[in-house]
Design a protein around this ligand. Structure first.
Ligand SMILES: *Cc1c(COP(=O)(O)O)cnc(C)c1O
Length: 375
């Protein structure tokens, strides 16, 4: 039996045609053609003024922090449960990540925890749209505004998700996306920074091109900066995926519904939440188990793997992983972030690649139920 992968894209002839066209034609005066089309279509889709295509979401967070002038001595609040890419760029700019707790229902940044951790040094907050869900954006934005804290919305996992009818990624001073091969839409590797702020837009364009002024044809750099660009072949792939985004998002929601039919009423298993205010695009179908089953995520992953089912652990609290665990901030978070430490050990991402079938989802759910009922 073939292994069932956790994630993966849905590529059609359209994507192949666009990439081939870029490889053949996106040179000379057309060198930027696909990047421009992709950026314009992306800004339209999210409902923002500006979009900049980048090599990764990590670089989009880095540029966001630089453009917002976050630097040494500043603190940036990030949720404890997320991928390290949300917090690593905080260290790149010499600032300190402060790990906030998550909300028990949404699994995203808790507005209360965010507010409690604000100090005079807090310069920015990075709410993360975890697994396609969104936090209480109204409260987070209100708190940030009141304390003059910049918001970088990490929507890497949430393309197409909505909060009160507005698209994920449109709620911060900047919004950032990832097109890594595991994400809902892909360019292989890639990312996007979106913003409505012209100053941030201009500054990010400057910083991602080795500190060249717009229109500089004399290669006369005015600052030491960075080189963060997406190739036209990647942009062509992204444009083709974006033109199919409704189909991709609907498939993600279908996949979740297949799981919900099988597991939604199973006692002791909690699936991703979707509040009435929110449209969740379920990047990863995720289950959190009642500890009463006597299994943690590592044991469960192993048992699933024996049945040819790949899975991933729910993100570990950042404050618990070796990269951070001995820092002062992590030690405080370990004592404080009750919900993060309660959920994470019992959470698992199940196969939600765009190639998974309803039949396979049934097999996965039956296997899972057999495992938890037999221990
Ligand atoms: C995938 C991901 C990123 C990083 O994306 P890259 O394109 O790999 O840099 C950032 N934040 C979150 C929440 C992610 O899931």
């Amino acid at each position: 039996m073939e292994r069932i992968p956790v994630s993966g894209p849905w590529i059609t002839q359209k994507e192949i045609d666009y990439v081939a066209d870029a490889a053949a034609n996106a040179w000379y005066s057309n060198a930027n053609m696909y990047n421009e089309r992709f950026e314009n279509a992306f800004a339209d889709y999210i409902g923002v003024r500006y979009a900049i295509s980048l090599p990764s979401c990590t670089s989009a967070i880095h540029l966001s922090l630089l453009s917002l002038e976050v630097g040494p001595g500043d603190e940036v609040i990030v949720p404890d449960l997320t991928w390290i890419a949300s917090s690593a760029p905080v260290s790149y700019v010499g600032a300190t990540p402060v790990f906030a707790d998550v909300d028990e229902k949404t699994w995203c940044l808790s507005a209360d925890s965010f507010e409690e951790l604000i100090t005079p040094r807090t310069k920015a907050v990075i709410p993360v749209d975890l697994y396609g869900n969104l936090p209480d954006m109204d409260r987070i934005r209100e708190i940030a505004l009141r304390h003059k804290i910049a918001v970088i919305e990490d929507a890497a996992e949430a393309i197409g998700s909505e909060y009160k009818g507005k698209k994920a990624g449109s709620f911060g001073d900047t919004g950032v996306f990832s097109f890594h091969g595991s994400k809902t839409m892909t360019t292989g590797e890639g990312g996007m920074l979106v913003t409505n702020n012209e100053d941030i837009y201009r500054r990010s364009l400057f910083l991602r091109d080795h500190g060249r002024k717009p229109g500089d044809v004399m290669f006369f750099n005015t600052e030491v900066a960075y080189k963060y660009k997406m190739s036209s072949m990647q942009a062509a792939l992204g444009l083709a995926q974006l033109e199919r985004i409704n189909e991709l998002v609907e498939r993600k929601r279908d996949i979740f519904n297949w799981y919900r039919c099988e597991l939604g009423k199973f006692d002791g298993i909690t699936l991703n939440n979707e509040s009435p205010d929110t449209k969740n695009t379920y990047w990863m179908v995720t289950v959190v188990f009642d500890p009463k089953f006597g299994l943690n995520k590592e044991q469960l992953m192993k048992l699933l793997a024996e049945n040819y089912i790949d899975s991933r652990p729910f993100f570990h609290p950042l404050s618990s992983i070796p990269a951070y665990e001995n820092t002062q901030e992590a030690k405080k978070a370990q004592q404080r972030n009750r919900i993060s430490y309660k959920i994470s050990p019992y959470g698992l991402n199940l196969p939600s690649g765009l190639n998974v079938t309803e039949e396979k989802v049934k097999y996965i759910c039956n296997t899972l139920k057999d495992i938890v009922l037999s221990v």
